[in-house]
Design a protein around this ligand. Structure first.
Ligand SMILES: [Zn+2]
Ligand SMILES: [Zn+2]
Length: 379
């Protein structure tokens, strides 16, 4: 049966290695046979998809030669099918694996089954998330900020290796340097043996004579770290940005998680922003609207001169091209959209009243408004 590995993992054809891994981890947890809602067949399917898509060479071949790969082909003519070869992938091995491994981390099963136990454990550090406050201008033009965060980092004393500096490195006494151990046991199907990563040396085959005196061999240390982060121009409120490898440390001073910053952008009086577009309003007088004028309008980066033509109506929007916010991760800038509000005079002196009346007569409108009406309005 044709299998679409991308569909199985619920990802797009352009998914990054990181996305593939994340999707796999999630589904492997979900379908894990030990779980109530688990499904062994689904689990195998997901693992098979991951095995192919996580390997750049296999993925390329899979992308090129289509979606009709199944295990019989793989065993028989698979190798001829565009060189596709499911080497090392055997569902029988898979079945043996159940029960023998620690299923807390699906990657473990993976390394044990597909890597034949030769791949050492390499846990990835935890991703961290924190809020970051930005001013309106910082979000528009980008900023470099220093942040301090308390996290589990690589141990300073041993640089994350877990070995006391200067300590002798010996061959692992448990696996004799093999990095893996074979476990044989009786099951209802007979004697089964499986290979798993040596837990003493984590598959390295070597152990330090003395563990680091500070981190006791974990390679990890809790401390406060100050880092500089660069916020790109054009970010927006609520956006989440990833700072690669600034999360917590993973296995032995390596494999850092990522840090996510949840941006909180302050408002700025007189301005509104939507993506790269910036909005503002400007009041103009009756006379300016009727006669036309040139205005100095505040924009995100200083004043812009805007020509208001004679006869401009209230509510008219003027587009100031390229005077908005920079386009995030792009080039150029958005536009500034300026709405004009015509302000009707609220207080007229005697002379102004006369002039307005004259003006009204001039334009052919009847000025049959009596004095008492004007007085009421003017107050
Ligand atoms: Zn070992
Ligand atoms: Zn240490």
């Amino acid at each position: 049966m044709a299998q679409d590995y991308y569909q199985i993992l619920g990802i797009s054809k352009s998914a990054s290695a990181e996305e593939i891994k994340r999707a796999y981890r999630k589904l492997a947890h979900q379908y894990h046979p030990d779980k109530g809602a688990g499904s062994e067949s689904k689990f195998k399917e997901v693992s098979e998809a991951y095995q192919v898509l996580s390997d750049p060479g296999k993925r390329q071949q899979y992308d090129r030669f289509g979606t009709t790969f199944n295990q019989n082909q793989a065993r028989g003519q698979g190798a001829q099918q565009g060189g596709f070869n499911a080497q090392g992938f055997d569902f029988n091995d898979f079945a043996q694996g159940f029960g023998g491994f620690d299923f807390d981390d699906p990657m473990d099963i993976f390394s044990n089954i597909f890597g034949g136990g030769r791949r050492p454990r390499r846990e990835r550090g935890v991703d961290l998330e924190m809020a970051m406050d930005l001013s309106f201008d910082e979000a528009v033009f980008g900023v470099e900020k220093e942040i301090s965060l308390e996290k589990t980092d690589a141990c300073e004393h041993c640089s994350g290796s877990g070995a006391e500096p200067g300590s002798k490195i010996n061959t692992c006494p448990k696996c004799h340097g093999q990095g893996q151990i074979r476990v044989t046991r009786q099951t209802i199907l007979g004697q089964m043996s499986s290979v798993s990563t040596c837990d003493r040396c984590d598959g390295n085959g070597k152990v330090a004579e003395r563990a680091c005196s500070v981190c006791k061999g974990s390679g990890q240390q809790r401390r406060t770290k100050t880092i500089k982060v660069k916020i790109p121009a054009g970010v927006e409120n609520g956006q989440r940005i990833r700072i690669s490898k600034e999360g917590e440390v993973g296995y032995k001073g390596s494999n850092f998680g990522d840090l996510y910053l949840q941006l909180r952008v302050a408002t700025k009086s007189g301005f509104k922003r939507e993506g790269a577009a910036v909005f503002s309003e400007i009041p103009i007088s009756f006379y300016q609207a009727a006669l036309g004028t040139i205005l100095d309008v505040p924009t995100v980066d200083g004043k812009a001169q805007v020509k208001i033509p004679a006869g401009t109506q209230s509510g008219k929007v003027f587009r100031l091209k390229g005077r908005g916010a920079p386009i995030l991760n792009g080039s150029g800038r958005g536009d500034h959209l300026l709405t004009v509000r015509v302000v009707t005079p609220t207080k007229l002196n005697k002379k102004e009243k006369e002039l307005f009346k004259k003006l009204s007569e001039e334009s052919g409108e009847s000025a049959q408004v009596d004095e008492s009406f004007w007085d009421k309005i003017v107050g």
